[in-house]
Write a protein that binds this ligand. Sequence first.
Ligand code: HEM
Length: 151
Amino acid sequence: MVSWLLCIIKWMPLQTFKMYDLKWFLVVGGYINFDPFKGKHPDSGFANAGEKMWFWILAIFGLSISATGVMLVFPTLDLPRELSLLALLVHGVSAAILIAFTIVHIWMATVLSEGGMECMVSGYCDENWASQHHNVWYDEIKADGTLKYKE
Ligand code: HEM
């Protein structure tokens, strides 16, 4: 729950949807490799539209799994039986959704996105990777002078 809270506080400012995110969804992020989707590189900020969707899924279902988990873990709360059953149901559904998104996200970030693993391990990405994967963010940090190079 603490890790969830830290992630939400740290990343929320970068996760608001923009108009160009709509285009990302229309071409499924450019991941699909046949016409009419093939060869599309939709605009993307610090987080692309798919990552933003994952963030909000984590925010919403992380909150519901935490709240229902607390309801289930303390018998002294002495909740009505129906409420406990509902909490168990919501907890289970939230778990299934979060686990499914987690597996897909780990696979996409490590295997599917070439170079992604190196970026995560080193904490740096090269400029080509940045402009190919997160072009709007790259242009922004270049223009406002916050782009930092590895010493
Ligand atoms: C990502 C985080 C979590 C996942 C994936 C998860 C997953 C699950 C799953 C699959 C179950 C079994 C549900 C069922 O039998 O239908 C369960 C049960 C339970 N979880 Fe979680 N959970 C998470 C977080 C938490 C948290 C934060 C708490 C408490 C603060 C919690 C407390 C419990 C309790 C007490 C049960 C047992 C309920 C019972 O059968 O009496 N869980 N959890």
